[in-house]
Design a protein around this ligand. Structure first.
Ligand SMILES: Nc1nc2c(ncn2[C@@H]2O[C@H](COP(=O)(O)OP(=O)(O)OP(=O)(O)O)[C@@H](O)[C@H]2O)c(=O)[nH]1
Ligand SMILES: [Mg+2]
Length: 553
């Protein structure tokens, strides 16, 4: 043991991988105790740690994260002994890649206990073959020559040259998207595109994605333990800081995958929660998002307080953050109760506003639909408002009410609300119930669909599922196919005929005539008013083409 202790803090000249003296001490000790011995040596040449393993492997200590994160090299190399002059193993090479070591070096122990051969591997810069590392040709220890300092420096500069993120993205966080599914491949790829939009809308630089189709979902890692390591190594090589899963991860999966890598591990729910927390501006919205975050956190907190230790800040780390288990489980529950009370008060206030509206008999029309379908654009064009409109998911999170008059003079309140998404996290739907419950007071729903979406049927289904979950599927509906300017006239016709919808383009106000008429007619039916009885519209020619001519041009 004393001999081992003497190795700690010893210095190796920066140009050497290891000195013959240190190598000999290690191999002789290994030979004696029949165990591997490893030295972690930093760039200054100081031995930072001495590790004693079994006859076949070493367990590395947690390495410091002081260096540049996952993008460059770690700043330490591992030099260790291999009994019986064995070459590097698959585990050695995986460790090299996962830990981004400067070098992985094995010194074979000769029959006499002296150093026999040297086996060296190093990481490779990103390359078209997707190769993560390279093994140098083994050679006898005494013939081995390498200027270690210079080699590592030029390797690192090459890596930074070809890893585009190091040059391009500066402060933008980088991610690799991972989809793991045993279901339908087309759906999987579409969802992945959706995930990409979600990530981009948060300013994340998506470096790539991988579609994994295992035979079955692995309860520990989602994927098999070898496959997940390959995915991580690929992500590290691309310079990613985050692994973003399209599927929701169980608390165990988040923990076990996080144990393999320092990259942040996020799932779809966390990403959506993050978007919501950034985009909501009203008190009600903020309370609801915080509730959803806490509800997401609770089961994970109870499982392990360390699972979240890597989510301290930035994307995926907003909101509740890391807490100490015992005290903070209680604190989280207290906070949930407090927020629920506050939400309840807000809801009562809203009830009063609602009552006033009902007394005045103004009908309420709610615009619902998949996110990014053009709901706010439609509200703006119908009511002359300037609600924020952007080509990104979840732009609108806070309900907006606007008054406007139909062509027959009838006053209507139009409401725009949060868009839907397939598999919207249940906690979020629950938390947003208060906002979504406003839909209960609608006399009519206008379901806006993006006619140009590749899977408009799937989006309609997702919206219908959420509406029925909210028990508002009984409210009369008008189905509106928006963005008809982006599809051919034939496609628009087919869609509208098949679904009995109305085709419009919210950015071409002249296409909205049929929708206005349909609103008048439907309201006259569902909420007759003495001033605007059904008969008032019955005589009109409402048999307009569902897709107005102007769209075809
Ligand atoms: N080409 C075309 N683009 C449209 C049309 N309507 C809306 N858009 C665009 O679609 C994008 C999304 O529009 P929004 O009105 O923000 O969609 P939304 O349904 O309110 O979205 P969320 O609030 O995020 O759920 C914006 O870039 C709009 O300019 C249309 O009829 N044609
Ligand atoms: Mg909107």
């Amino acid at each position: 043991m004393a001999r081992l202790e003497r190795l700690f803090r010893r210095r190796v000249p920066v140009e050497r991988v290891i000195t013959p003296e240190l190598a000999r001490i290690c191999t002789e000790l290994s030979h004696e105790i029949r165990r591997q011995i490893g030295l972690l040596i930093n760039r200054r040449g100081t031995v930072e740690a001495v590790i004693v393993g079994t006859d076949r492997q070493l367990v590395l200590p947690t390495l410091s994260r002081s260096r540049s994160g996952p993008r460059l090299l770690r700043g330490v190399r591992l030099v260790h002994t291999h009994l019986n002059n064995q070459p590097l193993t698959k585990d050695d090479l995986t460790d090299l890649a996962l830990l981004r070591l400067d070098l992985m070096v094995a010194i074979g122990v000769g029959v006499d206990g002296g150093p026999a051969d040297v086996f060296v591997a190093h990481l490779l810069p990103q390359n078209p073959q997707g190769k993560a590392y390279e093994e140098l040709k083994p050679c006898g220890f005494h013939a081995f020559q390498m200027d270690c300092g210079q080699f590592v420096q030029s390797l690192e500069s090459e890596i930074s040259k070809v890893t585009p993120t190091l040059r391009v993205t500066e402060d933008r966080p980088t991610a690799i998207l991972v989809s793991v599914s045993t279901g339908n491949r087309a759906v999987q790829e579409e969802r992945l595109e959706e995930l990409r939009d979600l990530a981009c809308s948060l300013g994340i630089h998506v470096l790539g994605s991988t579609v994994q189709r295992p035979h079955e979902i692995n309860p520990r890692y989602m994927l098999g333990s070898g496959r997940i390591r390959e995915v991580i190594i690929h992500a590290l090589q691309c310079g990613a800081e985050m692994l973003m899963f399209d599927q929701d991860l169980t608390p165990t999966q988040i923990r076990t995958i996080s144990e393999l890598t320092e990259m942040k591990v996020l799932d779809r729910t966390q990403l959506i929660l993050d978007i919501f927390s950034r985009r909501t501006h009203t008190r009600g919205g903020k309370i609801q998002v915080e509730l959803a975050q806490l509800q997401y956190l609770l089961p994970r907190l109870s499982q392990s307080s360390t699972a979240f230790s890597r989510l301290g800040g930035g994307i995926g780390g907003r909101g509740p953050g890391e807490t100490k288990l015992e005290t903070d489980l209680r604190r989280v529950r207290d906070r949930v109760a407090h927020l629920e009370r506050e939400l309840h008060m807000l809801a009562r206030h809203r009830d009063q506003q609602r009552l006033m509206r009902v007394r005045r008999g103004v009908p309420v029309v709610s615009i619902v639909g998949y996110t990014n379908a053009g709901k706010s654009t439609l509200l703006n064009v119908l009511t002359g408002s300037t609600v924020s409109v952007r080509n990104r998911p979840f732009e609108t999170l806070d309900t907006v009410n606007r008054r406007f008059r139909l062509p027959n003079g009838r006053e209507v309140i139009l409401t725009d609300t949060v868009g839907f998404l397939r598999d919207l996290p249940e906690g979020l739907v629950r938390a947003f119930r208060t906002t979504l419950e406003e839909l209960h007071e609608a006399d009519l729903l206008v379901h806006v669909v993006d006619a140009s979406a590749p899977d408009s049927d799937g989006q309609i289904k997702a919206v219908e599922t959420i509406l029925s979950g909210l028990e508002v599927d009984g409210i009369p509906q008008i189905l509106v196919f928006n963005k008809c300017d982006r599809v051919s006239r034939e496609e628009a016709h087919t869609l509208c005929r098949r679904r009995h919808g109305i085709g419009i383009s919210a950015i071409q106000p002249e296409t909205l005539g049929p929708l206005r008429l349909a609103l008048e007619e439907a309201l006259a039916r569902v909420k007759p008013d003495e001033q605007w009885p059904c008969s008032a519209v019955a005589g009109r020619d409402t048999k307009v083409s569902p897709v107005p001519e102007v769209i075809a041009s």
